[in-house]
Design a binder for this molecule. Structure first.
Ligand code: SF4
Ligand code: SF4
Length: 483
């Protein structure tokens, strides 16, 4: 390949990573980030230890194909509820993004939360920004080895506990704890614990902002979810420029300069290493650290706060008052997202409340169309797949009827079929019609399955006396020609 000539510029498409050493910051948004870290981690680490009805309250038991969510047990047939839950979560994300940009990224995304935890440990062990920059630049020494080893030991401990907790959502966590202590963990559990631990350690300890910049698709399509009225972290160029350092006593009007003292502290605290003064960039996760930092500088300079603030592009360009900007938050797309979200939430809650504790599938026996029995009956054979979705035993009574056939009856005693908690049964069912009443052809037939939920131990006393669940299923009864 020819070497580039004097008028050719060779550019590498690969950008070498510049390690970021974010400076610690305090303030309103930093407090919110701490609150969100504590809340999300209390939920994540605490939830699998909660008990409900003598079992783990939240357990996604993939082997048994059942999801336990407190009093709710979801079966594979209930995947529609999970699909609706995903749509509700996506709509909530659209809604929050339309209102205030990347709120989720800045405060609740696991990548942000674990990076915050890991950076907090890093600061406690190695010191703040300058100390860390010096330590990273220094040659290896016993002190550097001790500090780095301590940091990694703490990181690894948190990563392993995170991996253990993650797997504890899929495998009963108390048994899992016992198997970890005795080193008898199954191969899949061991693999996923280590995988999740390594992912946490690598993403929060090393990759950090690169996950947001290069791996997360949300940053790429957020531009279609925000508009001129969305609140985003914004630098007030009109107020801040021209930027220049000055003494606190300097008269900025006389000097013809803006409020930005060009201290670069907003850049130093940024976890993605960007300069918000260059405008909104896709790397910005909306964490608000630069707002806290700049407010502190403004306080020191005795200037009004808010040179960097949460506001909308329209408010900034049209110089809207904060109240006018807030009023524009209630716009058609926000109302639409909020309405859809509320309708779906109400629909999901209603569907869950009305969910039948008994699931029934009727399958016709395709081997025989219909047969004559004892010269008196025409018989069709079915198979009923019944599932008890509750954690109590059930007793079933099965009846059959038809609008076009008289004398339909179920063969055998099907008035007290036992069904264990959270179990399936395949019931063979023979349905008969007196031969003299069986007109040739295909007739509709309806099964009514009455279910009574019993008390613990299967006593005959009903939990909801007089309020049995009835599930109806339709099928066909065939009277073949020539019988
Ligand atoms: S912290 Fe504020 S004053 Fe300092 S450089 Fe950033 S915008 Fe300017
Ligand atoms: S620019 Fe400000 S809000 Fe955006 S990521 Fe950096 S510090 Fe956070």
């Amino acid at each position: 390949m020819n070497a580039p000539g004097p008028d050719l510029i060779e550019t590498s498409l690969y950008e070498v990573r510049r390690k970021i050493h974010p400076r610690a910051v305090s303030g309103l948004f930093a407090r919110w980030r701490v609150i969100m870290v504590v809340l999300t981690q209390l939920v994540f680490y605490g939830m699998p230890w909660l008990q409900w009805n003598g079992r783990q309250a939240v357990l996604f038991d993939l082997a048994a194909r059942k999801f336990y969510l407190f009093g709710l047990v979801l079966w594979p047939q209930d995947v529609i509820y999970l699909a609706v839950l995903l749509v509700i979560s996506a709509l909530a994300l659209f809604l929050f993004t339309a209102v205030a940009g990347r709120l989720f990224c800045g405060y609740a995304c696991p990548q942000t939360v674990y990076t915050e935890i890991f950076m907090w440990i890093e600061r406690k062990v190695e010191g703040d920004r300058i100390a860390r920059i010096r330590l990273d630049g220094a040659p290896w020494s016993p002190r550097k080895i001790r500090l780095k080893a301590t940091k990694h030991l703490l990181w690894v401990a948190i990563a392993l506990w995170t991996g253990f907790t993650f797997v504890g959502y899929f495998s009963p966590i108390r048994d899992l704890g016992g198997s970890v202590m005795t080193l008898t963990t199954g191969p899949w559990e061991g693999f996923w614990m280590l995988f999740y631990a390594i992912a946490t350690w690598g993403n929060a300890g090393f990759l950090r902002e690169q996950v947001c910049k290069y791996m997360c698709p949300y940053a790429r399509f957020q531009s279609v979810m925000v508009d001129k009225d969305t609140y985003v972290v914004t630098y007030d160029t009109g107020r801040g420029e021209p930027r220049r350092g000055r003494a606190r006593s300097a008269d900025r009007q006389a000097l013809g300069i803006g409020d930005c003292v060009d201290c670069s502290i907003c850049v130093q605290v940024c976890p993605t290493g960007i300069d918000i003064r260059d405008g909104l960039q896709y790397e910005c996760i909306g964490c608000g650290a630069c707002i806290d930092a700049c407010d502190q500088v403004m306080d020191k300079m005795r200037y009004p706060r808010g040179l960097i603030r949460y506001t909308s592009e329209r408010a900034m360009v049209s110089k809207l008052s904060p109240a006018a900007a807030r009023r524009r938050l209630l716009r058609p797309r926000v109302v639409l997202y909020a309405s859809l979200w509320m309708v779906l939430c109400a629909g999901l809650l209603t569907a869950l409340a009305m969910r039948s504790p008994l699931k029934v599938d009727v399958l016709r026996d395709r081997q025989s169309l219909g047969r004559e029995v004892d010269g008196q009956w025409i018989e069709n054979v079915y198979r009923l797949q019944v599932s008890n979705t509750t954690e109590q035993p059930m007793r079933l009574a099965i009846e059959a009827g038809s609008g076009t056939l008289a004398g339909v009856q179920v063969d055998g005693d099907m008035s007290a079929v036992a069904l264990a908690p959270l179990s399936n049964r395949l019931l063979p069912l023979r349905v008969r019609v007196p031969i003299e009443k069986a007109g040739q052809g295909t007739h509709p037939v309806e099964f009514a399955i009455h279910a009574r939920v019993l008390r613990e131990g299967g006593s005959a006393a009903a939990v909801r006396p007089g309020n049995d669940v009835v599930v109806r299923q339709s099928s066909t009864f065939i009277v073949p020609a020539g019988l």
